[in-house]
Design a protein around this ligand. Structure first.
Ligand code: ZN
Length: 345
């Protein structure tokens, strides 16, 4: 089978198109014929070798997989060849105390698909059967590959880690990103009034098209003041944030008393210095969010099937074009998701 493998870290990293043996499923595993796989910042971190976990090369990146079950292991129940599936990319053990209560994103033995084991930038991928989620008939493979990772990340942030009450002001940072574009749509449908941010005019226009009432230019240093002005000096109830660094600190300046910042990702920096006086005096909350539970993935796909959550697709590329797509995403030239199709190129 064809696979795109990262053979050396860097920006850009070195990729090779390889012919690998078709995997055989162990007793609890399945082989999925990959139909589409989304490209994410996580793939860029793998490319650069910039993750705080041990990384081994060569590695086939790609965690946002949609496809068809091709073969199943001897103990696998409930799945048949031909079933349409999406794959839960934060692989979980299914046995630890957190998995047993449905909090697979807290799994003690969690592994990231496409980072710690070979992912979906290939014709086929080997995954544990418990990582499969049924793909509704109404959701195209490309839509699933553009929604499952970022969309379920946003779903987890908004439905599991925090709550949106009708009428709440919600600030979604980076509204044109994968997480941001899903977060805007989810927050609006939960009754939130959304303010978003974007670094370019097309990004801000997209955020507003998705339902944000206002989209602010993050190149202007005083955008947090603009958030306060728009909310009658009050500030927002909830911030959905995935940038980190100084942006995380600016989010606190946008926050109402008793408000909450939910953060994941931290593409702009993982270390910040937080002034604790306003933090406790205004009774702010900072909540971490990591990955998703199967439930979040199922909810994302169900919302997609109902037309409540729409993917924003920048482009669909072949396996051969994928390394160029990594560069495009790194250079922030992508509006929406890049989806890689590994079949038939
Ligand atoms: Zn577990």
């Amino acid at each position: 089978m064809k696979a795109l493998q990262l053979v050396a870290h860097g920006t850009p990293g070195r990729f090779e198109r390889r012919d690998l043996p078709t995997p055989n499923p162990g007793k609890d595993e399945v082989v999925v014929a990959v139909k589409a796989c989304g490209l994410n910042h996580l793939d860029l971190w793998l490319e650069a070798g910039a993750l705080p976990i041990p990384l081994e090369l060569p590695r086939t990146p790609g965690g946002e997989i949609a496809g068809q079950v091709e073969s199943i292991g001897s103990s696998v129940m409930g799945w048949r060849p031909g079933d349409r599936v999406a794959v839960q990319s934060n692989l979980f053990c299914g046995e630890c105390e957190f998995c047993r209560r449905g909090e697979e994103s807290l799994c003690l033995r969690g592994r990231i698909l496409g980072v710690q084991q070979d992912g979906g930038f290939a014709e086929k991928v080997l995954v544990p059967a418990r990582a499969l989620v049924r793909l509704p008939d109404d959701v195209a493979y490309e839509s699933s590959a553009a929604l499952t990772l970022a969309g379920s990340t946003a779903m987890h942030m908004l439905m599991n880690r925090a709550l949106v009450r009708a009428g709440d002001w919600v600030l979604v940072v980076g509204g044109a990103s994968g997480v941001g574009s899903a977060a805007i749509q989810i927050a609006v449908q939960l009754g939130g009034r959304v303010i978003s941010t974007g670094s370019t005019e097309p990004r801000r226009a997209l955020a507003q098209q998705l339902g944000a009432q206002h989209a602010l230019d993050t190149n202007s240093a005083n955008w947090p003041e603009e958030v306060r002005r728009l909310t009658g000096k009050r500030g927002v109830d909830l911030v959905i944030e995935h940038v980190g660094g100084d942006v995380l600190l600016q989010c606190f300046a946008c926050l109402a008393r008793g408000g909450t910042v939910v953060t994941c990702g931290a593409t702009a920096g993982r270390e910040v210095t937080l002034d604790l006086w306003p933090f406790f005096a205004k009774q702010h909350r900072l909540i971490g969010s990591y990955g998703r539970n199967r439930y979040d993935l199922e909810a994302t796909l169900n919302w997609a099937a109902l037309g409540r959550l729409k993917p924003v697709i920048d482009s669909i590329v072949t396996l051969d074009q994928a390394p160029a797509a990594f560069a495009k995403l790194r250079n922030r030239e992508v509006l929406g998701k890049v989806v890689v199709r590994s079949q038939g190129d």
